[in-house]
Design a protein around this ligand. Structure first.
Ligand code: ZN
Length: 598
């Protein structure tokens, strides 16, 4: 039994991939073919089959009728010896989760283009990647971690996946990208950059090598891959990443990449390296160590897990920490980045309404479908999950004077995976952490993972010589992490604002803030404060003339209706975190040994 796919960028201008699928010995009951409704790593139903434009089938040279069973499944007639499907897929989603094709490049995830032969999902899948026929695109090449079988110099030709699960876990890029290879712990890594950019790719590779080698040694050599590919799409504006077993797809903005000759680490470049670090850490944590309910993935509907705080949260903790541990940043820079993460969590009152376990479980409908009320209603299993990891790490380090840490928990999870291949069940991480800690940690997990009270971060950080202080935000662009620059905090309206032609649109209104108490809602457009226009972004200067307790008259539009209301200014919340090293305190060596720069 074998399954043969052919995929070709048939019509780049129309964004169409053409796919054929030939299957021998299909199910005698009538073979079913389906596309996943979601892609592992991105927990939202996306219904990729909606992009199948034309689908036809034949058997033995005769056309056959397929019966569509639901939004994503087709069934062939029974008792056929072989079936050949031919279909086109519309690919115009410039994200890491789907497929994109135009005259500049092609990109696809298997979940968008390869129909699953349901009775043979465990059978090997042969894939032939065809080059575009348009002679102006004859310089295209292929980049992918999909194992090759017989390819030409540009990478077109035959590839082979052991089963459908593997087939859909190797995204494919084709075009005129720049490819640089580097070695990390004896493993070949590729950095593949697509798009318009001018940067120092050798420098990026040197920095990535440090991150990769650090993480390989974190879990222990050898790494679980024979090679690895960073597929990077460079765009004017955008951000995203998706992990795969031997590669990652990333979307980054052009300005994040280092300027040739520049040796410094801009915040944007560090964010890019942090994203690479995050996705690479997933090679172990979620692609292999993973929730038991993800083995195998059930891709026709939501798969609920309460554990994303560990898979995304712990990965988020280690993504930036790895930058320190591998010597790319110093302590001060790391503490600034961590202070920003803490600030993000403390700016959302939703943290008191939803636990990270609930946030994980409801990822499908809440975290992935955030609306204007998200800050009031949900907590991020990424950012709060990273603080759970931080807390746990510091608790363990303090007890064992830095000789044990959360890394011992991660290594235990990795060892267990290598020994059994089994998934992680609810309660496993608590049990393993308690074993590493040599003391029951269930009270900690009860509060940190299943509860909604704030973590005792001040205490945990103090135990390793770091002071955590709070201050008010100094404006909308104040993301925290560093000390404030003025004594007088900016009075806020308790809302997030965006400049529009007629004034300031409230994009989010925070619970119990001045704006909400004044009856203003998300979507309202603020036009005047005390009868003065707020056009042109002068709101902060206007408010600077007032004090806490002052009541202002505000005018706003809700749809096309004018609202006049009074708004009483309140004390701004102390939700902005600043971390600093305590003077002459050597306890920091238990957590961030050395100075960071190697
Ligand atoms: Zn992630």
């Amino acid at each position: 039994m074998s399954i043969f796919y052919t995929i070709e960028p048939v019509h780049p201008a129309a964004h169409l991939f053409g796919v054929t699928l030939v299957v021998d010995n299909p199910s005698a009951d009538g073979e079913r073919f389906s596309l996943p409704t979601w892609i592992p790593g991105s927990y939202m139903i996306r219904d990729f089959a909606r992009n199948i434009v034309e689908l036809s089938a034949c058997s033995n040279g005769q056309c056959i009728e397929l019966v569509q069973l639901d939004k994503t499944t087709w069934q062939a007639p029974p008792n056929l010896k072989s079936i050949e499907l031919t279909y086109t897929v519309y690919a115009w989603d410039l994200s890491v989760r789907a497929a994109h094709l135009d005259q500049t490049h092609g990109f696809f995830n298997g979940t968008s283009v390869f129909l699953c032969v349901e009775s043979q999902s465990e059978q090997p899948c042969h894939v032939t990647l065809l080059a575009p026929q348009d002679s102006s695109l004859s310089n295209w090449s292929v980049a992918t971690s999909l194992p090759s079988a017989d390819i030409d110099g540009q990478g077109f030709g035959r590839y082979l996946a052991q089963n459908y699960d593997e087939l859909i876990d190797h995204p494919v890029e084709m075009g005129t990208f720049e490819r640089v290879r580097f070695d990390a712990c004896g493993i070949e890594h590729q950095l593949v950059l697509t798009g318009k950019f001018k940067t120092d790719t050798d420098r990026i590779c040197r920095d990535l090598k440090k991150i990769c080698e650090h993480q390989i040694r974190f879990f222990g050599e050898p790494p679980p891959v024979e090679s690895y590919v960073f597929l990077v799409m460079v765009v004017g504006d955008g951000y995203g990443g998706l992990e795969h077993r031997a590669s990652t797809s990333l979307l980054v903005k052009r300005d994040s990449l280092p300027v040739p000759g520049d040796k410094t680490y801009s915040n944007d470049y560090l964010e890019f390296l942090g994203l690479c670090s995050h996705e690479y850490f997933h090679t172990w944590n979620v692609k292999r160590i993973r929730p038991a309910c993800f083995i195998p993935y059930e891709l026709q509907q939501e798969t609920y897990t309460s554990l994303l705080w560990a898979f995304e949260g712990f990965t988020s903790y280690y993504d930036d920490l790895s930058l320190y541990e591998c010597g790319l940043i110093d302590r001060k820079t790391y503490l600034t980045m961590l202070g920003k993460s803490i600030t993000r969590v403390y700016r959302t009152s939703g943290r008191h309404k939803q636990s990270v376990a609930q946030s994980s479980f409801n990822a499908w409908t809440k975290f992935y479908k955030q609306d204007e009320n998200a800050a009031n209603a949900i907590v991020s299993y990424y950012t709060k999950g990273s603080l759970v990891a931080l807390s746990l790490d510091l608790i363990i380090r303090e007890k064992f004077n830095g000789k044990k840490s959360l890394r011992d928990v991660m290594r235990r999870l990795w060892k267990d995976y290598l020994a059994t291949g089994e998934g992680v069940k609810d309660g496993d991480i608590e049990r393993i952490a308690s074993e590493v800690y040599e003391q029951d940690l269930s009270a900690f997990f009860e509060q940190a993972v299943y509860g909604t009270d704030d973590l005792a971060l001040e205490n945990y950080l103090e135990s390793v010589g770091v002071d955590l202080a709070w201050r008010a935000a100094e404006g909308q662009d104040d993301y925290g992490g560093v000390a404030g620059s003025s004594d007088k905090p900016v009075l806020s309206l308790g809302a997030r604002l965006a400049t529009v032609a007629t004034g300031l649109r409230l994009t989010a209104v925070f619970d119990d803030g001045a704006a909400q108490n004044a009856g203003l809602s998300a979507g309202d457009i603020l036009i005047a404060v005390n009868e003065l226009s707020v056009q042109g972004g002068n709101l902060e200067q206007l408010l600077a003339r007032y004090s806490v307790g002052d009541t202002l008259t505000v005018h706003a539009f809700r749809r096309d209706e004018l609202i006049q209301t009074s708004l009483t200014l309140r004390e701004p919340p102390l939700d902005t975190c600043v971390l600093s090293l305590l003077d002459d305190d050597s306890r920091i060596e238990m957590w961030l040994p050395g100075s960071g720069n190697k």
